[in-house]
Design a protein around this ligand. Structure first.
Ligand code: MRU
Length: 355
């Protein structure tokens, strides 16, 4: 009965950003220490670090790690230079991935510190590090709360279906959608997980299965297309997924294929639950139609590794996310508790930081 003890994002002893390189899992466990904006942006873009909360935390910590490395080399000696560096770094990191709102939320928090008047360079550097650490620590705490609240939906013997990876690897803590599973498991409940392999980058087969097996949670990997027949056979009791962005009306963007699961769950009368921290809520976006969906490279679908599998001449369409309408979502679990439809998110109902 163990909770994940590894951390997808953390501080290295010298203050660098330390990530687990998720491109190499499950074959190799490699941690990388990042000290430049270029390296942090590349890690986010190439999914070395991934999952909505982890991206936001990594961006905030990455700015600090990069700024401190520059200062250690004798640059950014005056406050103007440090301010410009942080603005430029935030702009660069913001352009890496468009869908997970956690990235923009974290970068806004870092930028907000730059407006303070009459501050010297050392005080600003310390404030930036403290804010990045607060973002990291809050995410860890929110994961714990998601687990506590979400576990109230789980009963002994339940079979949970999940999609992509919304576990510890996707956050600074124990995960979002997998947090209730870990909490229930730690409390002694027998919970079994079906993990969609999650085409095309296989976050379910590679990452969800890796972290659940390490924690001793029984997990069965299925192809994405198996979910329907599994539900039809009465072998799924609950669907738990994460979210990259939840609009004010409860529409939720998550890994491509999540919407299909929600439709299937509705048809089979299985509760479909989104588990996400308030940092994934975008109260400024009225509904899912306005959520920007990341389009990724065609090779992710057209190739298996280096080998081309799609017929030459075929066009590839590779959106990384889809939007599940709120009407299909039985509950949204946040760190504040288990919510029911109709959903309406604004800054007053969730513990979002001031605008
Ligand atoms: O492209 P990825 O691997 O970053 O996509 C991740 C997901 O879709 C997760 O389900 C989502 O970020 C929620 S993670 C806690």
């Amino acid at each position: 009965m163990t909770l994940p003890s590894f951390r997808a994002v953390q501080w290295a002893p010298d203050g660098a950003l330390r990530i687990i390189d998720q491109r190499l899992l499950p074959g190799e466990f490699v941690e990388r220490d990042l000290r430049s904006v270029v390296d942090v942006a590349d890690a986010i873009r190439t999914l070395a670090v991934r999952g909505a909360p982890a991206i936001g935390v990594a961006a905030a910590m990455g700015i600090v790690a990069a700024a401190d490395a520059e200062r250690a080399s004798g640059f950014l000696a005056d406050i103007g230079a440090l301010r410009r560096f942080v603005y430029d770094a935030a702009a660069a990191l913001q352009s890496t991935r468009p869908t997970a709102v956690n990235l923009f939320w974290a970068l806004d928090r870092m930028r907000a510190l730059l407006d303070a008047a009459h501050i010297d360079v050392l005080t600003l550097a310390a404030a930036l590090r403290a804010e990045a650490e607060a973002i990291r620590a809050e995410d860890e705490a929110m994961c714990e709360a998601l687990g506590r609240h979400g576990a109230t939906l789980l009963k002994d013997g339940m079979r949970v279906l999940t999609h992509c990876n919304a576990g510890a690897l996707a956050t600074a803590g124990i995960g979002t959608a997998l947090a209730p599973v870990y909490a229930a498991h730690a409390a002694g409940l027998r919970v079994e997980v079906f993990a969609d392999e999650t085409r095309p980058l296989l976050q379910g087969a590679r990452l969800t299965a890796w972290e659940l097996t390490r924690a001793g949670v029984p997990v069965t990997v299925i192809t994405d297309g198996t979910a329907a027949s599994l539900m039809g056979a009465g072998r799924v009791d609950l669907v738990l997924v994460g979210a990259d962005r939840i609009a004010a009306n409860g529409d939720a963007a998550n890994k491509i294929g999540t919407y299909a699961l929600a439709v299937l769950a509705k048809h089979h009368k299985i509760p479909f639950v989104v588990v996400a921290p308030s940092s994934s809520v975008d109260a400024q976006t009225a509904s899912g139609e306005a959520i920007p969906i990341e389009q990724r490279d065609a090779t992710e679908i057209a190739q298996l590794g280096e080998r081309r599998v799609a017929a030459a001449g075929a066009t590839v369409y590779n959106p990384a996310f889809d939007v599940t309408p709120a009407a299909l979502i039985t509950h949204i679990v946040t760190e504040d508790g288990v919510l029911c439809a109709p959903y309406h998110f604004d800054r007053a109902t969730l513990s979002l930081p001031p605008a």
